[in-house]
Ligand binder design. Structure first.
Ligand code: TRP
Length: 339
């Protein structure tokens, strides 16, 4: 039997997860977990959340449980996947500190994702130092667990590159091979990104255009009803546009019955098919996928202390792995003065 590869990924706990997360990564994580080919770790990156939410500890604390509930609801199985909390593994900070010496300020500054986030968040001249260096701490997240496979969104490509560089530099400087260069797994071309209900390219909490895994049926229907369709499709008989119409964009992503969707598109373009009708259909399709997730979520949510226990057990296990790697790191660097 071949050795299972260590899979590591994570999310910042800054809110509940939505169907964008589901399509872009959660679904894939569950498949990878169930393939039996990996030893998966999923980290709730609370320390990273503090890098841009230092004034919002309640948000991070509340989101931690929500994010773990979302994981469990979609089928992340704690018997197969180690779910842990970043702050419960202080060795991550120790490795980060050593990694910081292996990369220049100029190199950290070149990260396009961080640059874009700095713009978005409007930090101006007041970029928190922790935020600025979070790609280095993310490299430590991956390296401490000797992560080999890191399934993440496209925006995380620069982080993977940075991690590979840091691992190579560490191994070279300290003449060792203990750290492992990870491989990023990215969503297939054109997939893994779902626009918002309003047609905005990004589904996000701050834009208020997201469908959450925890939304109940009424909320789901209200959101589907509000979706951006085709402003030129005024009377029922008018020919409608499918391109840029969120209902069809979502049907393309969620409906397995491609032939039926093609048929609906043709009818819509010809005229005579109303928005309400296609929205009702999309609601059915989405609800079929989300209802079992919602149900499982409610079951887990009924016993919050059991959920916290899952994360505690996972964090204890992760800590042991972290301590082992850190002992090897100290040895390689010669900072194990007392053996
Ligand atoms: N930066 C990731 C995000 O956008 C979260 C994260 C932190 C992560 N550490 C990681 C992802 C390590 C993969 C591997 O939410």
């Amino acid at each position: 039997m071949t050795e299972k590869k260590v899979l590591l990924t994570g999310d910042r706990p800054t809110g509940k997860l939505h169907i964008g997360h589901y399509v872009g990564s959660l679904k894939n994580r569950v498949d990878m977990q169930n393939s039996g080919q990996y030893d998966p770790y999923i980290m709730v990156a609370d320390k990273q959340a503090f890098t841009d939410n230092a004034r919002n500890p309640e948000k991070i604390q509340n989101s931690l449980l929500e994010v773990v509930l979302d994981y469990l609801a979609v089928g992340i199985d704690p018997a197969k996947t180690t779910i842990f909390v970043q702050s419960a593994v202080p060795e991550l900070s120790e490795l980060t500190e050593y990694f910081l010496n292996l990369v220049s300020v100029a190199r950290v500054q070149r990260n396009p994702t961080v640059k874009a986030e700095i713009q978005q968040k409007g930090f101006g001249e007041s970029i928190p130092t922790g935020f600025f260096i979070y790609p280095v701490s993310q490299a430590a997240d991956i390296a401490l667990f000797k992560g080999q496979v890191v399934p993440v969104g496209d925006d995380q490509k620069p982080m993977l590159e940075q991690t590979r560089e840091l691992v190579r530099t560490f191994n070279r400087y300290y003449n060792t091979d203990i750290l492992v260069e990870p491989e990023g797994i990215f969503p297939p071309e054109g997939q893994g990104r779902i626009p918002g209900l309003d047609g905005n390219a990004k589904m996000s909490k701050s834009l208020g255009n997201a469908i959450y895994l925890s939304d109940d049926e009424d909320t789901l229907w209200a959101k589907v009803k509000s979706m951006y369709t085709d402003p030129t499709h005024i009377r029922l008989a008018d020919p409608g546009h499918v391109e840029g119409n969120m209902v069809f964009t979502y049907l393309d992503i969620f409906d397995e019955d491609k032939a039926y969707v093609a048929d609906l598109k043709a009818q819509y373009e010809a005229g005579g098919l109303g928005d309400m009708k296609i929205k009702k259909y999309l609601f059915e399709v989405l609800n079929q996928e989300l209802a079992p997730i919602r149900e499982r979520r409610a079951q887990f949510a009924a016993d919050k202390s059991a959920v916290l226990d899952i994360v505690k057990t996972g964090s204890e296990k992760a800590r042991i792995v972290g301590q082992q790697t850190m002992a090897e790191v100290r040895h390689a660097m010669g900072v194990d003065y007392w053996g």
